[in-house]
Design a protein around this ligand. Sequence first.
Ligand code: PLP
Length: 492
Amino acid sequence: MNDINDWAMISIVPVPGYDRPMTRPDLRDFPPLDSTAAEPFYRQIYDRVRAAIAAEALKPGDRIPSARALATELGLARGTVETAYSLLAAEGYILPRGQAGTVVAPGIKPHAPLAAPPPRPIGDPTSYRPDSILPFQMGLPALDVFPRKLWARLGARCVRAMQPIDMVHPPVHGSWALRSEIAAYLQVSRGIRCGPSQIFVTSGYRASLELISHALLTSGDRVWVEDPGFPPTRELLGHLGISAEPVAVDDEGMMVETAIARASHARAAVVTPAHQSPLSMSLSLSRRMALLDWATRTESWIIEDDYDGEYRYVSRPLPALKSLDRDGRVLYAGTFSKVLFPSLRLAYLVVPEALVERFEKIVTAFAGGSPALTQAIVTAFMQEGHFARHIQRMRRLYSERKRATVAGVEAVLGEHVRIDAQPGGMHLVLRLRASISDRELVTRMREAGLYAEALSDWTMGARDAAGLLLNFTNVTSREVAEKLAVQIRELL
Ligand SMILES: Cc1ncc(COP(=O)(O)O)c(C=O)c1O
């Protein structure tokens, strides 16, 4: 590989028609690309071009090297440079002109304020938030097909309808209208019987889990969590001094009997019964009954994280575990992040009737309520039937995109990976046949502008847990999947 700092020597050739003298700016004053930095290479290239524009080393109209030439120069994959260039183009810094090459945007003001620095990953591996949408990015629904026009129309209507009363602090439990819509939806779609007063609107799953912890748990308590499992759950519990006890999963989900036999007196269990996160198997009926029985006998709590239960492709969605809860032991956490989009920051918690009063006190102490306008738009979206239609459309689309992604990835990477069979969910689990560490591969992928998470990072003690987690909801065709898989193969 060439010395990536050779980028410092890249010459800038003026474009005919722009009346500027031939310049060969020396970019050595700019920070070199750093292979040990947390920031991926595409991001570093992006930062350097922007810094060069701000310092007027690159002026409006200057031609910049083609992605192919720069990639060769730096010894990087071409896709890495293309990712940086597409980000720069999207933000108006550069102008791709086809055969005529790419130039610094003629109208750009050199001293335009630089955008905020990209957020750095902190804590759990799922907290990595790239500042552009990357292929395979986890946690995202299909953003290309979200009905944004309809959303804009409903949004405009809600803004116009705003009265002074809508400008005061919103109710801390969530708006009554939205809670009523959620209760009706849960009854029909997830088999949960509950009234609006049992529903608490929150800003996301973590906020729901935090409320539960404040209301029902204390520091020093033990809570069973699935292993592998969603890292934020154990992170959050850990911050509250609550011990997350890993319980292995098999093809029926959390191994409840093993946890009971270990005689660890847990106060609660957090489970993802619809599609185990991240392996996607469903919690079997016998395990569901065993868990409910344990919770009743020991007066413990079950926290059901139903983050994507709607997206099942082999049959109709399974009813929620909460629908079997006769003794009021299950707290059900739902979210709008997967069925609408995550920047909404709207989720909800269903609590047993007997706990409503306690939770009302807790939300009053800890929660400030969710934005009234956002709640109003989601309410309208649900009331007019768009929500149910959207979920149905997405279920069909994800089933197709899953099939296309599996076919494309298997065609290119078949000899290197094995893809788990999964009944539902929004991501694939790729087991690596090669003896490369999944974390290492994820690092390389992020440097190349691709997203993945390492199964090892979701694992506490479970063995045999190396793999890649790849979201397929934004992979639009088999051809796209194949192209991306070729990029992965080059990194293996
Ligand atoms: C396992 C799991 N639970 C819950 C959530 C929802 O999180 P939030 O509501 O904070 O967006 C996600 C989203 O990625 C998830 O993967």
